[in-house]
Design a binder for this molecule. Structure first.
Ligand SMILES: *[C@@H]1O[C@H](CO)[C@@H](O)[C@H](O)[C@H]1NC(C)=O
Length: 612
């Protein structure tokens, strides 16, 4: 049966792409009107239809399908994950009705129905999920239309995008009045907004029948709505000639982006010793004006203080007065000739945490024997969101810079991927304080380490995301590893496994003081400091004063007690309210049960606090 269905579909696609108008008998189409099915990982932003019914599979409760928001979800969320979070379906899947609504200036995470949703500063589009009760007068798409900003401009990408998701119901798509002619890739990157129907994702279009969206055409110009800040290098080191090339590059980018109020907006900041805004987002609202203005920029001279410029942009650039639209992702593209003259990693982290997606283009960066002159030799990877290479571009020579125009434009416009913000899982320094006293015993100590590893696994770990440290104590204390010792999850998990059981007394108070000094004093500003203390008995020394010191220093303290641990002591150690920060289990083998609750509480607390 499937084979029989599939063959005509393939030919349908082929004819479709051959721009032959395809008519199918309505009766045949009816057969396929069952709700389209999607996978758990499909994000709402990938689907262009303003309102649709889909069928979710089982198993979407998994934390790997990220969900952002509560009730109203950022379209960066998994559709089916959000459906489980909102309680419309359970983990066994089912049909749901999804409606797109306007972007919000903030999304609050929460824990609900077994799904921890995350916070997000702002997003350009949202959606809500409800039971699949079709409303009268609305026709729901029998096949979904996917945005394909990620597929290459031409060629085979078309078939790939359709195949995966639309197989069951392609006839529905072809039956719509598709207008593929308009959508053919243009030969120049200058396709104007007016030439193509811009897919309006606002709630107002919800009652329209889904817009025919040609599959797989290059639509980066169409949904590239970003607020962009270009930081250009105006230091003396760059020289007149390369400064000119840099300006040329900017002009080409401005041209390729097709600047406009409905699409991308772009401002420029030039940095030397100090940064200055050349123009903000609303100074020039079309490519032509912008190019003319770029031509007139004169070089500032001085050092190349990139970090200072990034801090400046974080504080000043993306304000409403400067034309920031709020509904569009904020993007900063930092051009660096060689390397910066100041530190950039920390400034970049703070920029990212305030919701700015930061890209680095390094041109003629330090070669191996020059790295000794660079303060942060690996800044181009560390200053950006994670290290998958998406946010940093390395260019060998200024003369090859123009080749970067298209790759950059493509990435900057890949708005589905622009989500780089602070969450409960990527923004903490977590210090474990582990009781290694004699009463624990070797076997149980392994269980405790397993527990520490299981908690650690839940976080996103790197030196710019969550970091983990550990102290073991008896009468004495020792630093097992500090926050900056390991920067990957496998390394952390290995290090935890290698912690050797010490055996001795139980001086919990002294251990807290030790952790404050040896771990948390080295925590970075703006990181959440979490202490997770695990003990199986009453302390020999006073815990009250050390615990107060921890609370006063802003270290959020969780106390986990096992078997002989004293509940009253756990409550003293724990941050207020104690019921959210202290946990007790009557045997080591039950420790695993607290893992999801602890993670949940950490995230709930994070989400209930103002960020930054
Ligand atoms: C840790 O996770 C493993 C695998 O999920 C589980 O089998 C084990 O019971 C957990 N242990 C603890 C102490 O959390």
């Amino acid at each position: 049966m499937m084979m029989l269905l599939f063959l005509p579909l393939q030919s349908a696609i082929v004819t479709f792409m051959g721009i032959v108008v395809l008519t199918m008998k309505a009766a045949v189409i009816e057969l396929f009107l069952a709700a389209p099915q999607i996978n758990c990982d499909v994000k709402a932003g990938k689907i262009i239809d303003p309102e649709f019914i889909v069928k979710c599979p089982a198993g979407c409760q998994d934390s790997k399908y990220h969900v952002y928001g509560t009730d109203v979800y950022a379209s960066y969320s998994s559709v089916c994950g959000a459906a489980v979070h909102s309680g419309v379906i359970s983990n066994s899947g089912g049909k749901i009705l999804v409606r797109k609504v306007a972007g919000q200036s903030g999304y609050k995470g929460s824990y609900s129905n077994g799904v921890q949703s995350l916070s997000l500063p702002r997003w350009r589009e949202s959606f809500i999920v409800s039971e699949s009760k079709p409303k009268k007068g609305i026709s729901y798409p029998s096949a979904l239309t996917y945005s394909s900003s990620r597929s290459p401009a031409t060629k085979a990408g078309k078939c790939e995008t359709t195949k995966v998701y639309q197989k069951p119901s392609v006839p529905g798509t072809t039956a719509q009045p598709a207008t593929p002619m308009q959508a053919l890739p243009t030969t120049t990157p200058k396709a104007t907004h007016t030439a193509l129907p811009k897919p309006s994702l606002s709630a107002t279009s919800a009652t329209n029948s889904p817009r025919p969206q040609p599959v797989g055409h290059r639509n980066q110009e169409m949904d590239c709505k970003v607020d962009l800040s270009f930081l250009i290098d105006g230091g003396s080191g760059i020289g007149k000639r390369r400064f000119r090339i840099q300006k040329q590059f900017l002009e080409e980018v401005a041209q390729a982006l097709d600047i406009g109020p409905a699409g991308p907006l772009m401002g420029v900041v030039q940095y030397g010793d100090n940064p200055a805004t050349q123009f903000n987002l609303k100074t020039h609202m079309n490519s032509q004006d912008l190019k003319t203005a770029i031509k007139k920029i004169t070089q500032r001279g001085g050092l190349s203080n990139v970090g200072r410029a990034i801090s400046f942009v974080t504080k000043n650039f993306f304000s409403k007065a400067n034309g920031n639209r709020g509904g569009a992702p904020n993007v900063a593209v930092v051009m660096v000739d060689g390397w910066p003259t100041d530190k950039v990693e920390e400034a970049s982290r703070l920029a990212r945490e305030s919701g700015i997606n930061i890209f680095f283009i390094t041109i003629e960066g330090a070669v191996e024997n020059e790295k000794q002159y660079v303060m942060e030799p690996n800044f181009a990877n560390k200053a950006v969101c994670r290290t998958n290479g998406f946010y940093s571009l390395n260019v060998q020579s200024w003369f090859g810079l123009h080749k970067t125009v298209q790759p950059l434009v493509k990435r900057v416009c890949d708005t589905d991927r622009l989500a780089c913000s602070k969450t409960c899982l990527n923004s903490a320094d977590i210090g474990f304080v582990i009781d290694g006293s004699s009463s624990v015993g070797t076997g149980n100590f392994r269980t405790v380490l397993q527990f520490v590893a299981n908690l650690s696994k839940e976080f996103e770990i790197s030196d710019t995301d969550t970091r983990i440290g550990a102290v073991q104590y008896t009468y004495e204390q020792r630093l097992e590893f500090g926050f900056d010792k390991y920067s990957t999850k496998p390394d952390i998990l290995n290090a935890i496994k290698r912690v050797g059981y010490w055996s001795g007394g139980t001086s919990t108070g002294a251990a807290i003081n030790y952790a404050l000094e040896q771990l948390f004093q080295k925590s970075k500003p703006n990181k959440r400091k979490l202490m997770i203390l695990i003990t199986d008995g009453r302390s020999y020394d006073d815990v009250r004063i050390p615990a107060m010191a921890a609370h006063q220093k802003g270290v959020i303290t969780y106390a986990i007690g096992i078997v002989w641990a004293a509940q009253d002591e756990l409550e003293v150690i724990a941050t207020h309210p104690a019921r959210d920060h202290s946990f007790f289990v009557d045997e080591f083998d039950n420790l695993y049960k607290t893992v999801p609750r602890i993670i949940q509480n950490i995230c709930t607390e994070f989400n209930s606090q103002p960020r930054n």
